[in-house]
Ligand binder design. Structure first.
Ligand code: TMP
Length: 221
């Protein structure tokens, strides 16, 4: 049996990580084997690469950045994602290859063909079965990340500190991906409350699992 690979994407501050946690615990309550992971940083090596990539004080050359995200992904796919899918698990990843297309392709300006080659090399062609793109205006996302920084007293990471024009290119790239691959990439309106967005995510994920894996939900007690 093979599992299902679901990825969660969107610009920084869109709320995808909260939504991933909520749906993962809901799937587990339904008795499904759901593994929550992320990029960068889903493995032990990835945790170290993530720290280097996101350190606001680090100056990282754009090509080095592209290749470090790819190295993180190669390790993640080989040692965690593929084995989990082969064991029949549902893998929920907070970001995956579409993030490289959006951030390093549209954001940094690397040519699409080069980004596609790097993605292919790192993933061995493994594509998500379903990708949720949490969509929200750049202004609202920036306001959310600013609030989070104030609340936690953190500096914010290197990529989320890019300017609004960068984040607009990233958002447009995600919207374009959804237009190009409407079956796989679904847009989730992330402008409502956490609960409202969770209801929408539950609908889309449940419908997908029922159609594609035969997984049947059992209502939590
Ligand atoms: P996160 O804060 O959603 O965990 O993501 C970390 C940052 O890394 C975020 O700003 C997006 C960025 N990123 C890329 O630029 N390229 C990639 O391939 C991935 C996976 C993340």
């Amino acid at each position: 049996m093979t599992g299902a690979f679901l990825t969660f994407e969107g610009i920084d501050g869109c709320g995808k990580s909260t939504q991933l946690r909520l749906i993962a615990s809901q799937l587990r309550l339904r008795g499904l084997e759901a593994i929550a992971t992320r990029e960068p940083g889903g493995t032990a090596l990835g945790t170290r690469l993530r720290a280097a990539l996101l350190d606001a004080e680090e100056s990282v050359d754009p090509l080095a950045e592209l290749l470090i995200f790819a190295a993180d992904r190669a390790q993640h796919v080989k040692t965690l994602v593929r084995p989990a899918l082969e064991s029949g698990h549902i893998v929920l990843s907070d970001r995956y290859a579409d993030a490289t297309i959006a951030y390093q392709g549209a954001g940094r300006g690397f040519p699409a063909e080069l980004v596609a080659q790097v993605v292919e090399l790192a993933t061995g062609g493994l594509k998500p079965d379903l990708t949720l793109v949490f969509d929200l205006s750049v202004a609202e996302c920036l306001a959310r990340t600013r609030r989070r920084r104030t609340d936690t007293g953190s500096l914010g990471d290197r990529l989320e500190s890019e300017d609004a024009a960068f984040h607009m290119r990233v958002r447009d790239a995600y919207l374009e991906l959804a237009q190009r691959e409407p079956e796989r990439v679904r847009i989730i309106d992330a402008s409502g409350s956490v609960d409202e967005t969770h209801v929408h995510v539950t609908e889309v994920v449940t419908e997908f699992l029922e159609k594609n894996t035969g997984a049947r939900s059992q209502e939590p007690e």
